[in-house]
Design a protein around this ligand. Structure first.
Ligand code: TRP
Length: 431
């Protein structure tokens, strides 16, 4: 029997969906959501949008457009849980619980934050100039999105992989401290989904201002396609499919036979104008039926609002009781039923620790003990403190993976889960 996989992904509501989003995310995701063995959660990440967008009207408009797009592209809100992040008050609540087990140093190393700091440093201004705490906390909010529903798989672009790793680390820190509450999520990267080129041949992206919006009116779609950059080969001259943005766009929509036939036309010197017309017709064939649904939906925001509210209800049927359990786990408890005595000495030391010391033989040793004082690892003697420290650093960085190569330097190694967990704790703090 195959186990049900929970798949979850969020879409930041800060723009208008374009062809690149459609081919790279929406189309494969909608297809995957129809598989019987998955339970999917898709949500509009509007709290995340506030980090980048300071224009209320744009956040609202984008939320409407993205919701309408996903529905028009065939997402079935009966089959999946489709909701808006800000309709789930448990998400910011969980964000705080996770914030308290997240190392600040981990967040310092987040790509998006680091990029801003690097830019400021290069410009010779204060490292944190213009950096909001929202940007800094972005990975924790994202971890809350994922962990709230105990997702196994998180389909994301490559730029988001680090965030999923952080979510794993945050989850293991929390689990370590409060018990096994969270599933450790994994990034699901679609290897063979094409990155679409934009109008100018660079990757289609809002930041390059080279996008083709998915649901522009037909005549505008044609106009945009006519503006795709090509080389200056004249009609009749053979053209190269290699590096041709037009060709890559076609390929992302066409069957193999259709693609082969356009490649042949390239070799035979098709005029760029005709190639563009071919692309336009092929694109419009796939998009037109969805565009019709989209236009209807956009004109009926109340209907979309209802769909999202129903989705939020489904999501909260999970989030509300789970949050109750988590509050209980961390000690945010009612006082009117039993109040546990604060443990006297146990649980005071909750984190595992490496202890480094020197013996009478002049050698340097270390050991790893867990929160209850149980010995998990014991090293042999090192000639210098530096060597011992390096071995510790490796264990902290690489976790259990470092164990096989350090075997010679260990006289005791507690087997199993306790050691793995303790090492994962350090990895989570450093990441
Ligand atoms: N940060 C993601 C992006 O920009 C959007 C997002 C927010 C997300 N929360 C998420 C994606 C949770 C996956 C899971 O693409």
């Amino acid at each position: 029997m195959k186990k049900i996989q929970r798949v979850l992904t969020g879409i930041t509501t800060s723009g208008t969906p374009h062809l690149g989003n459609y081919v790279g995310a929406i189309r494969p995701t909608v297809r995957a959501s129809r598989l019987p063995e998955v339970q999917s959660f898709y949500f509009l990440a509007d709290y995340h949008a506030l980090i980048k967008v300071g224009e209320p009207a744009r956040v609202q408009r984008s939320t409407l457009e993205i919701a309408a797009t996903w529905l028009a592209c065939g997402l079935d809100p009966q089959k999946v849980t489709f909701y808006r992040q800000s309709d789930i008050p448990e998400i910011p609540e969980l964000t705080w619980l996770l914030t308290c087990v997240t190392g600040k140093g981990v967040l310092n190393r987040a790509h998006a934050y680091k990029a801003s700091v690097d830019k400021n440093n290069a410009a010779g201004v204060d490292p944190d100039a213009g950096v909001t705490a929202g940007l800094f906390m972005y990975p924790v909010l994202m971890a809350a999105d994922i962990l709230m529903f105990n997702a196994h798989q998180v389909p994301v672009g490559r730029d988001q992989i680090q965030h999923i790793e952080m979510a794993r680390d945050i989850a293991s820190s929390f689990n370590h401290l409060y018990g096994e509450h969270f599933t450790l999520p994994e990034a699901a990267i679609e290897e063979h989904v094409a990155t679409l080129p934009g109008l100018d041949g660079r990757k289609m992206s809002k930041s390059y201002d080279n996008t083709i919006p998915l649901f522009v009116p037909r005549d505008q779609l044609r106009k945009l396609i006519m503006g795709i950059v090509t080389d200056s080969r004249a009609p009749g001259e053979p053209k190269s499919t290699e590096g041709s943005a037009l060709f890559q766009l076609f390929q992302a929509f066409a069957s193999e036979e259709e693609t082969a036939s356009l490649a042949k036309a390239y070799a035979e010197g098709i005029a760029w104008g005709d190639a563009k017309q071919t692309l336009f017709e092929r694109l419009d064939r796939e998009i037109a039926p969805m565009r019709e649904v989209y236009d209807q939906l956009i004109q009926d925001p109340a209907q979309i609002e209802k769909t999202l509210k129903a989705g939020a209800e489904k999501a909260r049927a999970i989030a509300t009781p789970f949050t109750t359990r988590l509050r209980e786990a961390v000690g945010l408890r009612q006082l009117d039923n039993r109040v546990a005595a604060a443990p006297v000495k146990a649980a005071k030391v909750t984190a595992p620790a490496f202890k480094q010391y020197r013996e009478g033989d002049g050698l340097f040793y270390f050991k790893l003990v867990d929160g209850t004082g149980t010995l998990l690892l014991q090293s042999t003697g090192f000639a210098s403190g530096k060597e011992a420290a390096q071995a510790i650093a490796r264990l902290q960085r690489e976790g259990s993976q470092a164990l096989p190569s350090l075997r010679e330097q260990l006289t005791l190694q507690e087997d199993g889960e306790a050691l793995t967990q303790a090492l994962a704790h350090f990895a989570a703090l450093q990441a």
